[in-house]
Design a protein around this ligand. Structure first.
Ligand SMILES: [Zn+2]
Length: 406
């Protein structure tokens, strides 16, 4: 992404600060939401843009998301929750309120409308409030719901929404949603009291060390610190003291991309801290630990398994994509997940020669040793000879092979 998140905050405040009446401002905010949704689409930009005008086209193969597809996840269940929530609340609320309902937030509005009594109240624990809003934007940008731009900005179901709700259509979402604002700011003391995470000087020292590392990574990348990890994620690290990447993956706000990019770095820091200070003896279990144990027994989700099975049979991404009526980029994403979960041998999946594999591995390792986790420089270093999906797959294979400590 080449636009800055700050740009959106600035545009918002410009809209709020100008002379227009509230009605006009409202419309401007809705337009800005539409632009956000467009930028955030995991699929073809042209397709997303034209869907706003009611036209549908095949992916263009020319825009940035076509030529370098972002990391995605199977968001079908999340989309069903989000859409069902629109239906239950009467198809007239915006994403902000809808996200609050999914998160089970008791506030004036959810109670005033009796939304705390709905079956969708609090069923969205797995994502953060910001992530749910991103889900709604992404659904809007892919035409899976309608936005009443000129009206009150309420979200409504359309024909395609019902296909998702009936399970006739799967939904792919991008893993790196755009965060519009950092989590709400409070004074340090307050935040720490509320969370209860920081009660000793040892814990405070760890928190400060995590914050310093975050700052360093953010500066290197020219992004705001919360784009690395939010305060909440760092506080959970202090509270739950994850011992491996699997435990880090359970913390709030950590998706596959952040786990890959920063998980190892923060894990090293946590280990270093523990080596010096020991492990506190009252570390609680993370609430998601039980869920994860459940997930482990069932492993990766069904759709990934199906892709892996078909790939073993046909050995070719295009064929599997056709058989499954999914995009090749989605299949590549599944293969990468299958490799991560050990369902598939990565060398078999990437179909590269020994020399090519070691070339890619050397490039990835060289950049990692300099603290650069992204694949863009690797891609360039290798003269663009390997597509991003291949690079991601090799990276996943290396992470698995090396015990996730590349
Ligand atoms: Zn395109």
């Amino acid at each position: 992404m080449t636009y800055g998140l700050q740009d959106f905050a600035i545009m918002r405040s410009m809209i709020n600060g100008n002379e227009a009446d509230d009605r006009r401002k409202f419309v401007e905010h809705r337009k800005l939401d539409a632009i956000m949704a467009f930028l955030e689409t995991p699929s073809c930009r042209r397709q997303a843009l034209l869907s706003y005008f009611g036209e549908s086209i095949e992916p263009c193969a020319n825009c940035d998301t076509c030529s370098n597809p972002p990391d995605t996840w199977d968001g079908t269940v999340a989309a069903q929750k989000a859409l069902s929530n629109i239906f239950r609340t009467g198809q007239r609320f915006g994403a902000k309120h809808l996200a609050n309902v999914l998160k089970g937030k008791h506030n004036g509005r959810t109670e005033q409308f009796g939304h705390d009594q709905l079956s969708t109240f609090g069923i969205g624990e797995e994502l953060s409030n910001q992530e749910w809003r991103s889900v709604y934007r992404q659904l809007a940008s892919s035409g899976l719901l309608d936005v009443d731009i000129e009206g009150h900005g309420g979200l409504k179901l359309n024909e395609r929404s019902w296909q998702v709700l009936r399970g006739e259509k799967s939904v792919t979402l991008r893993t790196d949603p755009i965060m519009l604002k950092p989590s709400r700011r409070k004074t340090k003391g307050e935040r720490i009291d509320e969370d209860g995470a920081i009660s000793t000087s040892e814990a405070r020292q760890l928190f400060e060390a995590l914050r310093a590392k975050r700052q360093e990574l953010a500066e290197e990348r020219g992004v705001p610190p919360y784009a690395v990890f939010t305060d909440r994620t760092l506080l959970e690290m202090v509270r739950y003291r994850p011992k491996d990447l699997d435990e880090i993956s359970r913390l709030s706000g950590i998706g596959a991309v952040k786990l890959e990019s920063f998980g190892g770095i923060f894990l090293d820091l946590l280990k270093g801290h523990e080596a010096l200070h020991g492990r506190p003896d009252d570390v609680p279990m993370h609430p998601k630990a039980l869920d994860t144990a459940k997930q482990k027994s069932s492993g990766p989700n069904e759709t990934v398994r199906e892709t892996a099975t078909l790939f073993k049979e046909y050995g070719d991404v295009e064929t599997v994509a056709q058989k499954r009526a999914l995009k090749p980029s989605t299949i590549w994403g599944h293969l990468t997940q299958a490799v991560t979960h050990g369902l598939l041998d990565w060398q078999q999946a990437c179909a590269l020669s020994e020399e090519e594999v070691s070339e890619i591995r050397d490039a990835i390792t060289a950049f990692r040793s300099r603290g650069i986790m992204e694949l863009t420089p690797v891609h360039e270093e290798l003269g663009g000879r390997f597509d991003y999906p291949i690079l991601r797959l090799v990276r996943a294979g290396l992470m698995r092979k090396e015990g996730m400590h590349v």
